[in-house]
Design a protein around this ligand. Structure first.
Ligand code: ADP
Ligand code: MG
Length: 176
């Protein structure tokens, strides 16, 4: 399977290991068993699609954002840069692969059961087990910086109208 790879599916609960405490929430994508790219850390593009209230959850301390989002449903986000991990999370030794997408934007709400349309564009590095959580955190910080740079060369893919849906106009000004 050569890159870019297009994957779209719903967001499912992950391992609950507090990636928000690592300042890197990762939306876990359902049913990725068919993906045959090598495991690793990748960057690319993503669009978030929220159809109805059941797919939107308030994040503590951000009531206003949640209320604004409720008023904007159905919500189709602009295409945003992302960094993702595909694999076994060697730090934690999972027995199954997961695809975990970190949208490079602070959203302040949760969107379990919503849909993500993902384009995996470029492999940045292999998965790695670190000596400590602190080292993992540093690696994630570097990945985010690198992804923000690397993804620029794939910006043209964001206008792929047969894959991404037009963003909901009313939400663009409000949230960005
Ligand atoms: P889980 O273990 O359930 O995956 P995380 O701590 O990794 O939990 O948080 C992931 C959840 O956070 C996502 O499913 C999504 O609902 C929410 N979220 C909020 N902002 C973002 C973001 N910028 N990128 C990815 N997920 C986000
Ligand atoms: Mg996660």
């Amino acid at each position: 399977m050569s890159l870019p790879v297009f994957v779209h599916n719903i967001v499912v609960p992950g391992f609950g290991r507090g990636s928000k405490q690592l300042d890197c929430p990762t939306a876990n994508v359902a049913a990725i068993e068919h993906l045959s790219i090598p495991t690793g850390i990748y960057c690319g593009l993503v669009q978030l699609l929220i159809k109805d209230e059941s797919q939107l959850q308030e994040e503590e301390g951000h009531r206003q954002t949640y209320d604004d989002m409720l008023n904007s449903l159905p919500y189709q986000s602009p295409v945003k840069p992302m960094v993702c991990s595909f694999g076994y999370n060697p730090q934690f030794g999972n027995d199954k692969r997961s695809l975990e997408v970190h949208i490079l934007d602070r959203l302040n709400f949760n969107f379990y059961a919503a849909e993500l349309r993902v384009v995996i564009c470029k492999k940045m590095r292999d998965e790695q087990k670190y000596g400590s959580l602190e080292e993992l955190k540093n690696a994630i910080t570097n990945d985010i910086i690198q992804a923000n740079k690397d993804v620029k060369q794939f910006a043209m893919l964001s206008s792929n109208a047969s894959y991404f849906l037009p963003p909901s106009a009313s939400t663009i000004d409000k949230l960005h």
